[in-house]
Design a protein around this ligand. Structure first.
Ligand SMILES: [Fe+2]
Ligand SMILES: [Fe+2]
Length: 335
């Protein structure tokens, strides 16, 4: 999963700080011309420091979101209602772990280590998607996360398959295929409850939709007019479609799906606008977004503590893998 909400940069880190020399300017011109031609950038190619930093920030925030995103749903693996749902959920949560690994590997091609990035997450210095700081209160939440959260992630991620940084774009192609399975399994689980379920199960689905709808819209990040580094990311082909355009696309697609499902989206202002040929929707509570991103959401502390515990519990696996690698290397040397 991924959100453009993570497209957040520390203050003062959004402008190149040192003036460029003539030769650097020439390299920059060549770099920008390549991007304008739709070309890709590989790890060994020259790139502006600001481009590198932007990508490290974005890819690592994306990677953190994938592995933190395993937690809310992982919470339901032992309580899935059938063996089939349990197997699907296990596969899905495992996919998210895999997405994290592809993305940490892509970030490492930019000269940072995975340990460094994970250290930043555990120290509370790195951001991850605010959506994962909300609780999963009922089984229906798992379906709604698949439908809305993975659905929003797909909208965000498909354009990243054409991101100018090639290792990121390649990772995203595989991730997007898996995200589409995530979205479908969620929708399917909800459809079963809405069509064949009891009135209580249908209420449970509606309640989950009510709680996840607005946080899902926040996943596309701040509105374009306040997203100050979006323009540079668009210019460099890191980002292809603006936050507001993606959000609109998501709303338009989701309204139809909600109708088929038989649920109501919790927004009295949601209505078709004939002139715009899009759905209008109500105002998003950006104060809530900033609060949750800033560390004060319902589950921020719990999520971070769970990640740190998982890291500590896994220390013996890392030590064993390193010992095995050292032993194999020694044996190879001796042979
Ligand atoms: Fe994912
Ligand atoms: Fe996913």
């Amino acid at each position: 999963m991924y959100t453009q909400a993570m497209d957040l940069m520390p203050k003062g880190d959004d402008k190149p700080s040192v003036p460029l020399s003539a030769s650097e300017q020439q390299l920059l011109d060549r770099f920008e011309a390549r991007i304008d031609d739709g070309g890709f950038v590989e790890p060994k190619d020259w790139m502006p420091e600001h481009y590198r930093r932007t990508l490290v920030r974005q890819i690592s925030q994306h990677a953190h979101s994938e592995i933190v995103g395993m937690l809310p749903e992982g919470n339901w693996i032992t309580r899935a209602p059938t063996l089939k749902r349990k197997a699907i959920l296990l596969a899905k949560v495992q996919d998210e772990g895999g997405h994290g690994l592809y993305l940490y590997a892509a970030a490492e091609t930019l000269g940072v280590s995975r340990d460094e990035l994970i250290g930043q997450l555990h120290a509370g210095k790195a951001k991850y998607s605010s959506i994962f700081n909300y609780p999963t209160l009922a089984w229906a939440d798992v379906g709604v996360i698949g439908w809305l959260v993975d659905g929003a992630a797909i909208m965000n991620q498909v354009p990243l398959c054409r991101c100018s940084y090639a290792p990121y774009a390649r990772a995203m192609i595989r991730i997007c295929r898996e995200e589409s399975f995530h979205q479908r399994q969620g929708y399917d689980a909800l459809l079963v409850m809405m069509r064949d379920g009891t009135p209580r199960q249908r209420d449970m689905v509606q309640d989950a939709v009510n709680r996840w709808w607005w946080p899902s819209l926040m996943m596309f990040g701040p509105p374009d007019d306040v997203s100050n580094h979006s323009a540079q990311s668009m210019r460099w082909g890191i980002k292809r479609i603006s936050n507001d355009d993606l959000r609109q696309k998501f709303v338009d697609a989701t309204v139809q799906q909600a109708k088929v499902l038989g649920v109501t989206l919790p927004d009295p202002e949601l209505r078709w606008n004939e002139a715009r040929q899009h759905f209008d929707f109500g105002a998003i509570d950006w104060d809530e977004f900033r609060r949750v991103v800033g560390g004060d959401g319902p589950c921020n502390r719990e999520r971070l503590a769970d990640r740190v515990d998982a890291w500590d519990d896994g220390a013996w696996v890392r030590e064993a893998a390193l010992a095995h690698a050292a032993k194999t290397a020694m044996q190879r040397k001796a042979a």
